[in-house]
Design a protein around this ligand. Structure first.
Ligand SMILES: Cc1ncc(COP(=O)(O)O)c(C=O)c1O
Length: 422
């Protein structure tokens, strides 16, 4: 790929080469994908695992034949690998779902009666909308320490004003899908537990960029999407404490979720464990592909991968900051730690028009809109206009996001294309 030099930009940080197999990613030559936060490209590890299993394609947990037994084994091994990757404790359930949205909805349905859920307004809709009426939505804090203080104050008040026997669940993201900024998950978990609450981590954006370990972070539940973690669409996972999950009505009633069905309409004994919530034939290939990526990441040098991504991110943010008509969105300070996600606006330009132009004229794919985090994105757009002192910012934003297959040349192409809009 030829590198287009970015006009009048400062010296940009250099970046190590992209990883090789099994963590190289598939793609189409010439197409520049800078939209990893929506869906990351498929890693070779995932593609190879699917190709290897396809000849054995048969039922899971439903057949005695050799093919079926191998598929059942592969599915359960995938569960073990994914659980291990995320530091699942011995008595946690690892439940395969369709994606993070599905995983959080499952948990929402499994909440004991009377549970209050506490979230922040900066969450993705998947972590705002499933929760029951009466949930508490805290304002977006100015910095990570503010989040910890706000949670402590809210839980103190909640415990004082409501029945202390009723459960409380704190629901937070690990990394913002709008700004990439990291949230202080371990500290929030400590505060939650100090107040007798549980915590669920939405790791959809954190897991593709950094190791996430339930036990180390001391979170009770974790939700993640395979398609953001270099595996194909259709698989996510909810991992966490067994008691609420085993006590809840099955998320999907049907075959596989039962241990006994009698002749009367409601004569059903539901299974315990992951099967209770995995009714119907499971997505074997998705689970195996996700497990293959988890295994490849376990073997990889995550420190080196993160350092490479940070260099690429610095290159992108330094380049954007040098463009006078581009304004970055952020919740915390400019130096707050973050993963490879940057949202911004081009002053005087409609964001959808910029995204379309990048696609058609430069073959660059980015996201535009409010990123399924409308409350946060609207707020940050208002703040960005105030900070930049501009009245010509559009009402929606653009988002560039990077990961394993991203290169300095791709970042430079984006910067050069944006420079043309001045
Ligand atoms: C932070 C966060 N949580 C949850 C989701 C929902 O993920 P999915 O669409 O895979 O269910 C997303 C998707 O962008 C996200 O960024």
């Amino acid at each position: 790929m030829s590198v287009t030099l970015v006009p009048s930009l400062p010296a940009l940080p250099t970046v190590a080469p992209a990883p090789s197999a099994p963590l190289d990613v598939l793609g189409v030559p010439g197409e520049i994908n800078l939209d990893y936060a929506a869906t990351a490209p498929c890693a070779r590890a995932a593609a190879d695992a699917v190709t290897e299993l396809l000849p054995w394609y048969a039922s899971v947990h439903r057949g005695a034949g050799a093919l079926s037994r191998r598929c059942t084994l592969a599915y359960e091994r995938a569960r073990q690998t994914v659980g291990d990757f995320f530091g699942a404790r011995a008595d946690d359930h690892v439940i395969f779902t369709r994606n993070t949205t599905d995983a959080l909805n499952l948990l929402a349905r499994a909440l004991p009666a009377g549970t209050t859920v506490v979230t922040f307004a900066g969450e993705h809709h998947a972590n705002l909308l499933p929760w029951p009426r009466g949930s508490v939505r805290l304002p977006v804090p100015a910095d990570p320490a503010g989040a910890v203080r706000a949670l402590a104050a809210a839980l103190t008040e909640l415990r004082r004003d409501s029945n202390p026997a009723l459960p409380v669940l704190v629901a937070v993201t690990g990394a913002s899908n709008v700004t990439g900024e990291l949230w202080p998950v371990a500290e929030l978990a400590r505060v939650a537990h100090r107040h007798g609450a549980r915590i669920v981590l939405d790791a959809a954006q954190l897991a593709p960029h950094a190791p996430v370990d339930l036990d180390t972070l001391d979170v009770d539940y974790l939700a993640v999407s395979g398609h953001k973690l270099y595996a194909p669409f259709g698989t996510g996972v909810l991992i966490g404490r067994a008691d609420w999950l085993d006590a809840a009505a099955p998320y999907l009633a049907g075959g596989g979720a039962t241990s006994h069905v009698g002749p009367a309409t409601h004569d059903v004994t539901w299974a315990y464990g992951p099967a209770r919530h995995e009714g119907g034939t499971p997505n074997l290939l998705g689970a195996v592909a996700l497990a293959a990526v988890c295994a490849a990441l376990t073997d990889a040098d995550r420190v080196a991968l993160a350092a490479r991504e940070q260099a690429l991110l610095a290159r992108l943010r330094t380049g954007l900051a040098a463009l006078p008509h581009v304004v970055e969105l952020r919740t915390f300070g400019p130096d707050a730690p973050r993963v490879g996600i940057v949202s911004f606006v081009v002053a005087g330009w409609d964001s959808a028009a910029v995204a379309a132009r990048l696609a058609t004229e430069h073959r660059i794919g980015v996201r535009d809109g409010l990123f399924c985090a409308h409350p946060l994105a609207r707020r940050l757009l208002g703040e960005a206009a105030g900070r930049a002192g501009r009245r010509d910012l559009p009402p929606t934003a653009l988002r560039a996001s990077i990961g394993l297959g991203s290169t300095a040349a791709q970042v430079d192409r984006l910067l050069a294309a944006l420079a043309e809009l001045s």
